[in-house]
Structure formats: structure tokens, C-alpha cells
Design a protein around this ligand. Structure first.
Ligand SMILES: [Zn+2]
Ligand SMILES: [Zn+2]
Length: 239
């Protein structure tokens, strides 16, 4: 794997209910793939089969470092409605390092173009949410210009999700939307983050498909937050 990218903050464990590795295996997998920092971001409770809020309360019991890999606590929240409502309380979110929010078919039905746009913008206004997970799902089309501008104004990081680019994924589409999104980020100088969205530990740090698209749009490396832990943490704590 390329060692240009040293962090992966979108990783699922068995706690998600449809992922197959433990935290220990994830740390091991990360270290074997040259990744120095991961965040454990299991699906929040409204995803069928995922864990309860107690899972997130107790993440503090995981060591800060395993196999030489720094472990951050986190969650992938489900966006539940147009207002940007999510499925963990503020009290729980306060305990976590990396908070991603995403649209998932079991938790929110696709709305109109205008409503999807409004929904994403409202979500980013939540100060706890740091990353918008896999924007560009073809089932939820939105106004790219407006969403990138909102990301800039709210210091929210847009994710380029490697798993979405696999043809087996439900979110898969021609990469046109993602190319347009990246070009708009370039234009507005908005940083992005690569996420493996791994549901098995050997996949942690796998950004192969994402890298192909980055190359296609000649995306500037300084706008990618995976190249430095310091750069990522600085951005994370900007709000
Ligand atoms: Zn999942
Ligand atoms: Zn997701």
C-alpha cells in the first residue's frame, strides 16, 4: 500500500453487526498496512443490528495505542431527517474524537434534490459532526456547490470513501459526481479525507480506488488530510 496516507478514520468492527473484525484485529491490520492512526467508527444505534449508545460510552476502555497504532474513538452517525437529526445524544457525542455523519438507506429515504441539499447542510451545522461520510451516493443527489460551501463555512471535512467506488457497493455509480465534488473542493480550497470504510481489518488503509480518482482530477495533496496526523488533528479541533 502507498505510505503517503498514514491515517484512516473510517473503520468498522464487529460491533456494527455487519463487519467482521475486532478492535485488536483492526489495530493489527492497520499496522501491517502502514497506517499509524485509526478511528473506530461503528454505526450508530439506528443502523439495523448495530450497537447501543453504551458501546460509545465505553470506548474509553480501549488503549490509546495498540501495535504502535494510535486509536481514536468515534462513530458513524445516521442522518435521520431533513433537519440533520442524528442518532446519538450530545452527551454521548462529547465523549468521542471523530464523528462522521452519513446518509444510509435503512435510516433515511432519498428525498428531492433540494431536500437532500438542505439535509446535508443542516447536518454540517452540528458542531460535533466533523466529517460528512460518503457524499456522492447517487441515491441522494445534491447541489455540489452549496454543500462544498457549507463544508467550508462549518469546517466540516468531506470524505472520499474508497468502498463507495467498488462496483459491488450499493452506493456505486459512475464516478462523475465524485469528480465534480473534488473539482469543487479544489476550486473552493476545501479539504477532504480518504476513508477505507473497512468492514474487515485487512482493508484498513486501502485507498486504491480513491487514489485513481484523485489522480484523474489532479487533486492537490495539501487538501488531503491523511498525509499527516498533526494536520488532521489541527483541522479536527478547529471549531
Ligand atoms: Zn457498514
Ligand atoms: Zn456509511
Amino acid at each position: 500500500m502507498s505510505n503517503k496516507y498514514i491515517l484512516d478514520v473510517h473503520c468498522h468492527t464487529i460491533s456494527s453487526g455487519h463487519a467482521y473484525s475486532t478492535v485488536t484485529e483492526c489495530a493489527k491490520g492497520a499496522s501491517e498496512n502502514g497506517i499509524k492512526l485509526i478511528a473506530i467508527t461503528d454505526h450508530a444505534p439506528k443502523m439495523p443490528g448495530s450497537c447501543s449508545f453504551l458501546h460509545f460510552w465505553n470506548l474509553k476502555s480501549i488503549p490509546k495505542t495498540l501495535y504502535g497504532v494510535e486509536i481514536l474513538s468515534g462513530v458513524e452517525l445516521n442522518i435521520l431527517d431533513k433537519s440533520g437529526k442524528v442518532d446519538l445524544s450530545e452527551k454521548t457525542l462529547k465523549m468521542l474524537d471523530v464523528i462522521i455523519a452519513s446518509l444510509h438507506i435503512p435510516c433515511i429515504k432519498p428525498m428531492s434534490y433540494e431536500e437532500n441539499t438542505e439535509c446535508l447542510i443542516n447536518t454540517m451545522k452540528n458542531p460535533y459532526i466533523k466529517i460528512l461520510g460518503h457524499p456522492g451516493d447517487p441515491r441522494y443527489p445534491f447541489d455540489i456547490k452549496k454543500v462544498v460551501l457549507a463544508a467550508k463555512e462549518t469546517n466540516t471535512i468531506l470524505e472520499l470513501n474508497n468502498a463507495s467506488l467498488s462496483p459491488e457497493n450499493g452506493r456505486y455509480d459512475k464516478p462523475d459526481t465524485l469528480i465534480n465534488l473534488l473539482n469543487e473542493c479544489k476550486k473552493q480550497n476545501v479539504p477532504i479525507i480518504l476513508g477505507s470504510d473497512s468492514h474487515f481489518h485487512t482493508n484498513i488503509g486501502n485507498f486504491k480506488e480513491a487514489e485513481k480518482i484523485l489522480e484523474k482530477v489532479n487533486f492537490p495533496e495539501e487538501l488531503i488530510l491523511n498525509t499527516s496526523i498533526e494536520k488532521f488533528k489541527l483541522f479536527l479541533h478547529r471549531n
